[in-house]
Write a protein that binds this ligand. Structure first.
Ligand SMILES: O=C(O)CNC(=O)[C@H](CS)NC(=O)CCC(=O)C(=O)O
Length: 272
């Protein structure tokens, strides 16, 4: 593993696929011009809108998004995470909320289906029932062991509230935990940063958290603050509230240093 720059992209996706892919490409270009080699896009980056509309367009979204990710990886010679987009599940009428990691040569490295679905009545009056259109994944995320970038693990958004997912990944040797999200503005203001820092600290891993921000559609507002956190829990970069990029260095000697200073992973008593 080497030292390199990683980027967590922050965008305001709307219910228009082509517009979102254009916005994503602009921000990828911005990240690459600053030297990023590992780039993450947030949950729902290709489409954010009514669940029924998303389902109706799922075939096109899935196909065009996978092509887009492959094209971006190859053109910019980056490893890229598409942090959550609908992929139809044959014969169910539902989709998997899918995160996909692609190598610079266009090869698929990891695919993960969001396990924890956001079926929550948020106290701001918005009701979320992700499970009406999304099929829950049933498998813990696996790790992609990259010789240059480190051991990379995936998750999506609401998963961040379930520490066992991240413990599983760190037990498998993860160095970097991706948490692409479309966090609500209401929950985000109190929970987002705290949860991300906790996952970084308790697993002594980097956390890369691309995010949705602003008003996406109707009365749906997302929290923003895409960020990169180091294994000690220090926030290295925070994209604030506007579309943009959080960029920071991922450094293997920092991981070693923190794990020497705080060897909590080695002190676990209850192994799952
Ligand atoms: O609403 C949309 O259209 C986009 N959002 C999403 O797709 C997903 C599932 S509904 N959002 C979350 O998981 C938010 C989690 C969260 O905010 C928390 O855990 O507090």
């Amino acid at each position: 593993m080497k030292s390199y720059l990683a980027a967590a992209i922050q965008m305001t996706s709307v219910p228009e696929l082509e517009k979102n892919l254009a916005q994503a490409e602009e921000l990828i270009d911005l990240a690459v011009r600053q030297g990023a080699e590992l780039v993450g896009l947030p949950e729902n980056f290709p489409f954010m809108g009514d669940e029924k509309d998303k389902l109706a367009q799922a075939d096109a979204i899935a196909q065009k998004t996978e092509n887009f990710l492959t094209k971006m990886a190859q053109r910019y010679q980056i490893t890229i995470l598409g942090g959550g987009f609908p992929v139809p599940v044959q014969g169910t009428g539902k989709v998997y909320n899918t995160a996909l990691l692609i190598a610079p040569n266009g090869q698929e490295l990891l695919r993960y289906h969001k396990v924890h679905l956001f079926d929550v009545n948020v106290p701001d009056g918005n009701t979320y029932r992700e499970s009406t259109t999304v099929m829950a994944g049933t498998v813990l995320p696996s790790i992609y062991p990259s010789e240059t970038l480190g051991n990379i693990g995936l998750s999506v958004c609401y998963d961040v509230r379930f520490p066992e997912v991240y413990r599983h990944m760190s037990s498998k040797g993860a160095d970097i935990l991706f948490v692409p999200a479309a966090f609500t503005a209401f929950t985000g203001k109190d929970h987002w940063q705290v949860l991300l820092q906790a996952r970084a600290i308790e697993n002594t891993c980097y956390v890369i958290a691309p995010a949705q921000t602003g008003v996406n559609y109707d009365r749906r507002q997302t929290h923003g603050h895409a960020m990169i956190i180091d294994p000690w829990g220090v926030i290295l970069a925070d994209a604030g509230e506007k579309p943009g990029v959080a960029i920071a260095e991922v450094n293997p000697s920092r991981i070693e240093q923190v794990r020497r200073q705080m060897p909590s992973l080695q002190h676990r008593v209850f192994h799952s």
